[in-house]
Design a protein around this ligand. Structure first.
Ligand code: ASP
Length: 342
């Protein structure tokens, strides 16, 4: 008989495990043991489940790189003992955390599935049960004794996505996430159907490496018509700034004003890494396609191609933390490392 998969459930906080504070009426995180009591169905799944919780579960608005390291350390410590991992996390910043974790694990060969919910698990109309139960099923899914999924994913409202391709698009619909530039890895209906040809290949033959140095002296600068020289200058001249994700228009276009190009060019010369990503919900940066991106390409902006802003930010933190030689940085950034860009 095949071995029954062993799954570790990691609870970080988020709506899924929240209750209303009697005094303020606001939602706040509560104890994980209580959370499990709401889902007796877990006992009927074809796997064994253990759980580990943050000592003080958080609303994901309080997430930060130190917590990302905590999550990877829990998985690292228990990596050999489990077949798959399900991380319960608030939806607000789930795409950031899950993208970060995808970069922090190199040669992952087991599933790490992030999920959460829009309504607390104790709510009658909750979406938490389906999200959690199916995530556990996905983390347990095996073919020929090997996990079907061996990457960091995000499961929400019947769809499994590559985590670093996702973005939160809705604050109230159950369908809270989308993956604009990459198809779902699996869909859950009457059957759980994996789209096997779009999954990352398992790196089982290589040993896992975990990268925990993340450089967060970076900034996100979103362009808008009328943005002033003063604003752009203040950001690009921040003391100790190492990198910027620049959200441009359409396929990577920006104003051609001399002051703007000069400011970018000075920052680049000082060694600040600048990544061009699009403000559009989908599609790709193509530097040089329009006259309004020719100069950006010439001065050496990094093309974020079809990466999400969330993944661009954490990829920048990760690669800056790796202290890659200056001349190699751009070409490494422009390559897909964990399937985050095409
Ligand atoms: N504010 C909550 C959080 O991100 C929302 C949620 O869980 O969906 O922690």
């Amino acid at each position: 008989m095949a071995n029954i998969p062993h799954i570790l459930l990691i609870y970080t906080g988020g709506t899924i495990g929240m209750t209303k504070d009697y005094e303020t009426g606001a939602l706040k995180a509560f104890d994980f043991d209580k959370l499990l009591k709401y889902i007796p169905e877990l006992k009927h799944l074809n796997c064994t489940i253990e759980s580990e919780s943050f000592k003080n579960p958080i609303d994901s608005s309080n997430m930060n790189p130190e917590y990302w390291v905590d999550i990877t350390e829990i998985i690292e410590r228990r990596y050999e003992d489990f077949d798959g991992f399900v991380v319960l996390h608030g939806s607000d910043t789930m795409s950031y955390t899950a993208s970060a974790v995808s970069f922090m694990f190199e040669n992952l060969s087991k599933p790490v599935i992030f999920t959460g919910s829009q309504l607390p698990i104790g709510d009658l109309r909750t979406d938490a049960k389906e999200n959690m139960i199916t995530s556990i099923e996905i983390a347990s899914a095996q073919k020929n004794g090997k996990p079907i999924v061996s990457e960091v994913c995000l499961y929400f409202e019947y769809k499994l996505y590559r985590a670093n391709r996702t973005t939160k698009i809705n604050a109230e619909h159950f369908e809270a996430f989308s993956s604009p530039n990459y198809p779902p890895l699996a869909e859950s209906g009457v059957h759980l159907k994996f789209n096997e040809q779009v999954l990352l290949k398992s790196r089982r033959s290589k040993s896992i490496r975990i990268r925990k140095r993340l450089e967060n002296n970076i900034a996100l600068l979103k362009l808008f018509p009328g943005i002033t020289e003063n604003v752009v200058k203040s950001i690009l001249e921040i003391e100790g700034l190492k990198g910027v994700v620049l959200e441009t228009y359409g396929s990577g276009n920006a104003p051609t004003d001399k002051w703007f190009i000069d400011l970018l060019s000075t920052a680049l010369k000082k060694g600040v890494k600048i990544v061009d990503v699009t403000q559009c919900a989908g599609g790709s940066v193509i530097l040089g396609q329009y006259e309004t991106s020719v100069k950006l390409q010439k001065i050496g902006l990094i093309s974020g191609k079809d990466i999400t802003t969330e993944a661009a930010l954490v990829k920048l933190m990760y690669l800056l933390g790796e202290e890659i030689p200056r001349r190699k940085f751009k070409s490494i950034f422009e390559k897909p490392l964990r399937g985050e860009m095409t």
